[in-house]
Design a protein around this ligand. Structure first.
Ligand SMILES: [Zn+2]
Length: 219
């Protein structure tokens, strides 16, 4: 039976890492950002519209995102893992309605539960060496000397996306728009909470158990 998974979690919850593991379990990884970039590259009518929206720095509308994701479901016959979709209640409702028409449904919503404080530290703590590219996190894997690379002594730098004000904005948008999906899917009895603060391999094993038994408990 064809299964559809939605991976939910705040920025910094470790979705990217777990998506790779779930992909290895045989699900096709559908990343919203990647689908948008591909559509632009293909130069379709929709792709051209997306390109002009993104060039203006505007947000791609729910209707366009829905249309692209529905196409993904139509064009793929195997299990799918959605990462970054749905992003809000409106998208989730449209997705459910569409899937119903295809005799499908969202089977599992895997929610990586990580406190806001940890997410913030994982993202805003990221620094790297401009010389040897070594990665650090000033909270979890700091250099020996304040903000200096252990290998070459260069001063560490930070990507703009990881700066504290940007991270705070990303988390704010997530809690306003995406977080309500947890309650939405809980009511539909397809939500599975996974403690996302554990070791990555333990999280992977918890997800495997859910997909195999429908619960984290051995079964
Ligand atoms: Zn270095």
């Amino acid at each position: 039976m064809r299964k559809i998974i939605v991976l939910l979690g705040a920025p910094g919850s470790g979705k990217g890492t777990q998506a790779v593991f779930i992909k290895e379990m045989g699900f096709k990884h559908i990343s919203t950002g990647e689908i948008l970039r591909e559509e632009v590259k293909k130069g379709t009518e929709l792709g051209k519209r997306v390109k002009s929206i993104m060039e203006k720095g505007e947000l791609v509308s729910d209707d366009i995102i829905n249309e692209l994701m529905f196409n993904v479901v139509r064009e793929n016959s195997g299990g799918l893992l959605f990462d970054g979709y749905p992003r809000n209640i409106t998208q989730a409702e449209s997705f459910d309605e569409f899937l119903k028409g295809e005799n499908l449904k969202v089977d599992y919503v895997i929610y990586l539960d990580v406190s806001e404080d940890i997410c913030k530290k994982r993202l805003s703590g990221r620094f790297f060496c401009p010389e040897c590219k070594k990665d650090y996190n000033i909270y979890f894997s700091p250099p020996k000397n304040d903000r200096l690379c252990d290998n070459c002594g260069k001063e560490l730098i930070q990507r703009d996306d990881d700066k504290e004000n940007v991270v705070e904005e990303r988390l704010k948008v997530y809690f306003e728009k995406t977080y309500p999906l947890i309650e939405y899917y809980e009511k539909k009895k397809v939500l599975y909470r996974v403690n996302g603060e554990k070791d990555v391999i333990e999280i992977k094993e918890d997800i495997e158990k859910i997909l195999k038994n429908g619960s984290i408990k051995e079964g």
